[in-house]
Design a protein around this ligand. Sequence first.
Ligand code: C5P
Length: 306
Amino acid sequence: MRYLSDAIQRTFGAEQTYFVRSHAKINLTLDVLGRRSDGYHELITIMQTVDLNDTICLTAAEDTSVRMICTRSELSNDDNLGAQAAQAIRQRLSLTQGLDIELHKRIPVAAGLGGGSSNAAAVLLALRQWWQLPLSMTDLQTIAAALGSDVPFFLTGGLALCEGRGERITPLAYRLPPSMRWIMLVKPAISVSTAVAFRNLTERDYSDGTASQSILAALANQLPLENLHNSLEHSVLEQYPQVAQAREDMLHAGVPYVRLSGSGPTLFSTFSNLSQAAQVQQQLHAQGYEVYLTHAVYPDVEKKVE
Ligand code: C5P
């Protein structure tokens, strides 16, 4: 691997830092089919990356360590998935080059928006590109899946069907309908552990995947997406009164519908026009909610094409 270290040194000569953006996601649908023998749950979920993003700055370190420095101090440690992603790549290729990772956090943490997973995928992609590493997309997918179920999705982003425990990705070439041009995210002031949300599921929460299948058909036929479903929502609303209250407040403020993203607590709704969205946003802000108005983003194309 000596040649690789030399190549990395040459790359550093050209550029000492590397900036990358790391987007959040929402789950348009999330069908939990059942519990597997390995403890994970079998899923069919349709995910979409949104414009809300973190910024990551990678800087070559003089020594051999990987350091994570985050604007949220509780995330400035080795457990951060972004740091773990860098370690996984270094281990895989026996690299000793050190790295400082600065993470400007804007995506709410433990919120069902995939922030940590997105950071991990962004570091994997950035290092491969920056260090010109001999890693195929399949290699990256394997490393990503070992880091977390949602990480492989973020290697491609955009709109995708995700199956298995979430790591089997089929990118979709479809676009969201005009009624979903603006996506509103409302983050109640609590955190939900994904593991706990899955653990709280009972038989009655499981579905057969038809919700995701019908959304796939609607996307393919450019029809409005009706009856979005999230198998985790019922139990999260039951367990966390703040989430149920936020849902009520959103409906009262005039959103067309409310759905939970992933394991929550973030709830989302969608709008075709900005003025209606802004009005609802203002009302929810006034009630003390953390609200983000964002939109779908697609790989390499940051502008929405309809
Ligand atoms: O894969 P990841 O580490 O992100 O998952 C966090 C936790 O969420 C797992 O430990 C598991 O408890 C739960 N999970 C699950 N089924 C999935 C994905 C996650 O039960 N498909």
